[in-house]
Design a protein around this ligand. Structure first.
Ligand SMILES: [Zn+2]
Ligand SMILES: [Zn+2]
Ligand SMILES: [Zn+2]
Ligand SMILES: [Zn+2]
Ligand SMILES: [Zn+2]
Length: 434
């Protein structure tokens, strides 16, 4: 989900849709029954904001019952209606019966869906068993917990993400590959060793201090942001043999969008974990790249990312340029310099905008540098492998689960099955240089 979207819990009517208040006393819009509020005031606010227009459409949707076979309604029946109505998140994430795939407007008149009391993200109609597999419920409970962390974070700080990385540059290079997981990275390679016994391997806080709990929750939730830098670092280690003595590294981020920019301060982690590195250069290239100067100009301005005092005093720096447009066009410009590594996070090139991506993919299959790719879902990886195969590409790293994927899951909107979840940068692979 994008950072401004309401949390899944609010979309599932377990939080006030306006203020995201965690209240047990929510009341629903009586007309559409698809949003819940903690107070009349919150309802009024949302009504004036956009519910007034939306409510009518939702009522109409409720009245069109859809295809309802008397028995054996399957996920595909639900899914087909979902895709048809996919325009707003409120519909995409609506509660439906986990077993018979009916939304509330499709069950017996006046009957209500019951919510799983543990995850609050799964619903059941009165005719079905009010249970779902406990392992699945446990994963959904993580989403619910993280939703609450996010709500709390936005309230306290106004921000939607946290970034936790090593506070000071390390004197010695410890390969990231030597860390077994995020816990090992934070407590051994980074500087959160003090939390070793206060959080478990899943970065869940085990103590009783409120401030410390917020901090650990921030770290855990923040893996969805720093996943970009650690995945890059893992790829750099895989492709640059003399990485522990390199003074400069040049990275290209292809198709960069909001999430990559939100994680930008964490690029300093590369300086902090690679002691020999004094200059890191980043180029953000893509259709959605934010260009800080006039639109349409094709010149590149060099910007610097603010580093910590220690790095600055040592003369170490991170510079970046942005270029709006497709990567295969960028390579023909004067500002292009062959990178050590290019990276495309969640490109989805086998699924969306295939025609847009294809010339870039064709170029990268035989580029003179390696390229890192990530995807959230396995079927995307399978599709991508087909395309690379047809282009005769080879791999430094075959597609596999990424050790540095984000730890905070999200509900997949149009999953292959109910309650499917995905993780940021779940899968990764590196295309070889030619
Ligand atoms: Zn409210
Ligand atoms: Zn309504
Ligand atoms: Zn049911
Ligand atoms: Zn549950
Ligand atoms: Zn620094």
């Amino acid at each position: 989900m994008a950072s401004e979207d309401p949390p899944s819990l609010a979309l599932k009517q377990a939080l006030c849709y306006t203020c995201w208040n965690i209240s047990s006393n929510l009341s629903r819009c009586l007309a559409c029954k698809r949003v819940s509020y903690c107070s009349k005031n919150c309802q009024k606010q949302d009504w004036n904001r956009n519910h007034k227009a939306l409510c009518k459409k939702l009522v109409a949707l409720n009245e069109s019952k859809g295809y309802l076979p008397s028995s054996n309604r399957c996920w595909k029946d639900y899914y087909a209606e979902q895709v048809y109505h996919s325009l707003i998140l409120m519909i995409s994430y609506e509660p439906y019966c986990y077993h018979c795939y009916r939304r509330e407007s499709q069950i017996e008149d006046g009957a209500r869906l019951k919510t799983c009391q543990y995850c609050r993200l799964t619903s059941f109609c009165p005719s079905c068993q009010p249970t779902h597999p406990s392992a699945e419920c446990a994963t959904l409970q993580v989403i619910a917990t993280d939703d609450r962390i996010l709500v709390d974070l936005r309230r306290r700080t106004g921000r939607s993400s946290t970034i936790a990385f090593t506070g000071l540059p390390r004197q010695q290079h410890f390969p990231l590959a030597s860390a077994t997981d995020w816990y090992d990275y934070y407590t051994r390679l980074s500087d959160k060793g003090g939390l070793r016994f206060k959080m478990n391997r899943d970065l869940k806080y085990q103590g009783h201090d409120r401030k410390e709990r917020e901090f650990v929750e921030g770290i855990r939730y923040g893996t969805n942001t720093t996943t970009y830098q650690l995945t890059l670092l893992a790829a750099i280690e895989a492709i640059i043999p003399n990485v522990s003595t390199r003074a400069s590294i040049n990275l290209h981020i292809i198709g960069a969008a909001g999430a990559e920019f939100a994680s930008a301060p964490a690029f300093e982690e590369l300086l902090h974990l690679l002691p020999s590195l004094t200059a890191l250069h980043l180029s953000f290239v893509g259709k959605n790249v934010f260009v800080p100067h006039e639109e349409g100009t094709k010149t590149q301005d060099l910007h610097t990312l603010q580093c910590c005092t220690t790095c600055t005093t040592m003369g170490r720096s991170i510079s970046f340029t942005t270029w709006r447009g497709p990567y295969h066009a960028y390579v023909d410009t004067d500002s292009y310099k062959t990178p050590d590594l290019a990276a495309a996070f969640h490109s989805g090139f086998s699924v969306d905008e295939q025609a847009d991506w294809y010339p870039t993919i064709e170029y990268l299959a035989h580029a003179s540098h390696p390229t890192l790719f990530t995807a959230a879902r396995n079927f995307e990886i399978l599709g991508e492998m087909e395309i690379w195969k047809s282009l005769g590409a080879a791999f430094v790293r075959n597609a596999e689960v990424n050790k540095w994927k984000g730890m905070s899951p999200s509900l997949v909107v149009y999953g292959d099955r109910p309650n499917e979840v995905s993780y940021r940068n779940h899968w990764w692979y590196i295309v070889e240089q030619k």
